[in-house]
Design a protein. Structure first.
Ligand code: G4P
Length: 539
């Protein structure tokens, strides 16, 4: 039965979408993502004391078993979703794992995000992990907001930092605010929107919301508040900025071509709230999504959503599997029965969970832009669409090029079944990509990962959850390319050198190379061969 679109319901949906914003933070480890997240939650009233996110992390370590690994290494492997409210907005912050070996997980999370915040350490500028994640955002064309962090420490010249983004990422910049001083002499930021200076006081390690003194640019007190040289330097920079700067163009921001720039210090709470306010004004609200039935508008009355991540054993007491679903249209209601596009079956969405970090509360309704967690008894796979009304499937989530490969062996034949089951489930969950040799005699799966730690997690979980000890046999490749046009296209080019051909989980050809040089050589010799870094999505 179709969902009825009464004027009241339409109004409800329009309002819900207008008041929702969803984003992910992309950064290199140590840039301050955890700290910034914590401060955002502090402003959102979701936590009352800084330190809670880290404390939560520590608590989780104490209760989780396979995540023992996280504890041993002091890293965060899993991504979660944090929901909070600020100023009439419902905000979904899609948190991503900090460790670079888990960037595959981050890629998928970015598929569910409408906006990205690129967090950089002002002393370091662009770092490798940020560049990689930026490329994923660019592919999706989502708006990117830049926050330069750690201004309470000596950093690089602000113009130079902006120039780096322009030159190296090809992304235009617009400084929404501007820092006054840096390091020990960091005095605050000038907000170009209101033309006011926010002078900040340091709080004890930023444990509460920082008190800010706001003064006009023309206020005579300014010369007393800032030391003279700092004041002149700031005035000069401002003049330069206004002379050379690009115009602010929100349309360009929404197309991911212009990044608004913000400055601050997450740890001491300088500039975080100012950033949040501008971000909420400029960020894209939940937008339409491409599907087999055309663009699906968020205000479409029929519910739809897709699975972007699966997570096993978040709660070790239940040995459960949670599917993270991004709501794309209509309204989600507890216990609703929806169609599962891949299998054609009807699925009842019971026990929905609101996700807050590791804690969970029950959830009765959700709107476009929200993320819900559902218990997943093997029903869902990454990329699955669920819907009501007209049949549709959202574009799948691409697999990204792995860089490490190894045969996974099960030395104990009596464990064959458990081994198969474990490998399958971990693949479905997206813990690792699985490939196979084209040689039928070689039946062992090839694990294909972005980082070494992914291998360790797979082995650890196979042992702990499926009771199978495994052996790894590394392969000396570091580059994978899918072949556009599949086997037909590959067979046409004849024999290739310095590469091995394997099959992915869908039987499609993938070429493996020792290094980029070999890959470029094959591309050069066979211009007709369409080699792709991202797997064509499976529909
Ligand atoms: P991540 O999640 O991006 O990996 O970074 P995280 O927030 O854990 O921050 C990494 C380190 O940088 C932490 O120091 C943190 O306190 C520090 N940091 C974050 N924001 C700022 C800032 O604005 N200014 C300064 N000066 N430092 C900042 P740590 O010593 O590793 O941890 P902790 O002892 O402070 O907890």
């Amino acid at each position: 039965m179709a969902t009825e679109l009464t004027p009241d319901f339409q109004q409800e949906l329009v309002e819900a979408v207008d008041h929702r914003r969803n984003f992910a933070i992309i950064s290199h480890p140590d840039a301050g993502k955890t700290t910034l997240t914590e401060k955002l939650l502090l402003y959102g009233g979701a936590i009352h004391q800084a330190g809670a996110v880290k404390a939560r992390r520590a608590q989780r370590h104490a209760t989780s078993d396979w995540m023992e690994m996280e504890q041993q290494r002091g890293i965060s492997i899993t991504s979660t979703v944090l929901q909070f409210e600020y100023d009439d907005y419902n905000i979904n912050l899609l948190d991503t794992p900090g460790h670079q070996d888990f960037s595959e997980d981050t890629y998928r999370t970015l598929a569910a995000a409408d906006n990205a915040v690129m967090l950089e350490d002002a002393a370091k500028g662009l770092e490798p992990q940020t560049r990689k994640l930026f490329e994923v955002c660019r592919m999706r064309g989502i708006p990117i907001f830049t926050f330069f962090n750690k201004l309470d420490r000596p950093g690089r010249d602000p113009f130079e930092l902006m120039d780096e983004i322009e030159q190296e990422l090809g992304l235009a910049t617009y400084a929404v605010n501007w820092p006054i001083g840096m390091g020990d002499r960091f005095k605050g930021v000038f907000d170009r929107r209101s033309r006011k200076i926010h002078l900040f006081e340091r709080t004890a390690h930023g444990t509460r919301e920082a008190a800010a003194t706001v003064i006009d640019l023309g206020d005579p007190r300014i010369e007393d508040l800032l030391e003279q040289d700092l004041y002149y330097q700031f005035k000069e920079e401002l003049e330069l900025l206004e002379e050379v700067a690009t115009e602010f163009d929100l349309e360009q921001v929404h197309q991911g071509k212009l990044t608004p720039i913000f400055w601050g210090s997450a740890m001491t709470n300088f500039g975080v709230e100012l950033f949040l306010e501008s971000f909420l004004d400029y960020a894209l609200k939940p937008s339409s999504r491409r599907s087999t039935a055309g663009e699906v508008e968020p205000t479409n009355p029929e519910f739809s959503g897709f699975v972007f991540k699966l997570q096993a054993n978040m709660d070790p007491k239940h040995r459960d599997r949670i599917a993270f679903i991004r709501v794309c249209s209509g309204k989600f209601e507890k216990d609703m029965a929806v169609k599962h596009a891949r299998t054609g079956k009807t699925v009842r969405l019971s026990h929905p969970q609101k996700l807050f970090g590791q804690g969970r509360g029950s959830l009765d309704e959700a709107y476009p832009g929200d993320v819900i967690g559902l218990n997943n008894p093997g029903v869902f796979a990454i990329g699955d669409t669920i819907y009501l009304g007209q049949k549709l499937e959202f574009e799948g989530i691409p697999s990204f090029s792995p860089e490490l490969f190894a045969y996974l062996r099960n030395p104990n034949p009596s464990k064959f079944k458990q081994f198969q089951k474990g490998v399958n489930e971990l693949r479905e969950e997206g813990a690792v990509q699985i490939m196979y040799s084209t040689d039928e005699a070689k039946r062992e799966p090839i694990l294909a990962a972005v980082g070494q730690l992914q291998f360790e997690v797979v082995q650890f979980r196979l042992k702990n959850e499926y009771g199978v000890e495994t052996l790894l046999d590394p392969l000396g490749f570091s580059v994978a390319r899918w072949v556009g046009g599949g086997w037909d296209a590959l067979n046409k080019v004849g024999r290739l050198f310095n590469t091995a051909t394997v099959k992915d989980s869908w039987g499609r050809p993938v070429l493996l190379f020792k290094n980029n040089w070999n890959c470029a050589q094959v591309e050069g010799e066979h211009p007709a061969l369409d080699l792709r870094q991202v797997a064509p999505v499976v529909s």
